[in-house]
Write a protein that binds this ligand. Structure first.
Ligand code: GLN
Length: 201
């Protein structure tokens, strides 16, 4: 399995470290021609969603990435990556818009902008570390999107078929379980379009 990491801006190096730790082949996507290399999954890192969105368009990668995700390419978006995938964005403009979620940008305000907590995630038995940095949260999910985790009553992780998003940064902690969860998702969905998958994904 090979995972491509969008490396236009933000915390991409930390995702690469995680993949290295897990022994997964990976490379960076910086320009359109990088998309010609074969890969099985894509990570959209945290950073500044408006900047990453603009660079995606400037580099001419926007349409191809969106189409590939719609066609079933497994994708994992963290924080800004989650905002890029959301169909609706409060406090911002939707970008790829492939996920049936509404997110609120910088949802925790300035003072609580960055914090750490541990919460349950999906079926995992032990809570996972969650580092939030000027994070969004998910206000609404619909269609095939399913909430996987909540913090203080707000959804912070969602899966919709081939797409996984977290409002927090699992790549900034030593715990590899969220990345392992994504790799399992990649292995299980292959390249099946999310709109043809059942609600259970
Ligand atoms: N606040 C950033 C945005 O709106 C996201 C922060 C992050 O990715 N850590 O894009």
């Amino acid at each position: 399995m090979t995972v491509a990491v969008l490396a236009l801006q933000g915390a991409f190096a930390e995702h690469e470290e995680m993949l290295k730790k897990l022994g997964v082949e990976h490379f960076q996507i910086r320009q359109k021609r990088d998309l010609e290399r074969p890969f099985d999954a894509l990570i959209l890192p945290g950073g500044e969603s408006t900047v990453i969105g603009k660079l995606l368009r400037d580099e001419g990668m926007f349409e191809e990435i969106r189409t590939r995700i719609q066609d079933g390419l497994p994708v994992f978006g963290t924080c800004a990556g989650m905002i890029l995938l959301a169909e609706k964005v409060e406090g911002g403009v939707p970008c790829l818009g492939t996920m049936q979620i509404q997110v609120k940008r910088n949802a925790y305000g300035r003072q609580l902008g960055s914090f750490y907590t541990e919460e349950v995630f999906g079926e995992m038995k032990e809570p996972v570390p969650m580092t939030f940095i000027r994070a969004p949260y998910v206000e609404k999910v619909w269609g095939n999107a399913q909430a996987l985790a909540e913090v203080n009553g707000h959804i912070v992780a969602v899966r919709q078929g081939n797409q996984l998003v977290t409002a927090f940064h699992p790549e900034l902690n030593q715990d590899v379980r969220i990345h392992e969860y994504f790799l399992k998702l990649v292995a299980s969905v292959g390249n099946i379009p999310s709109n043809t998958l059942s609600k259970a994904g």
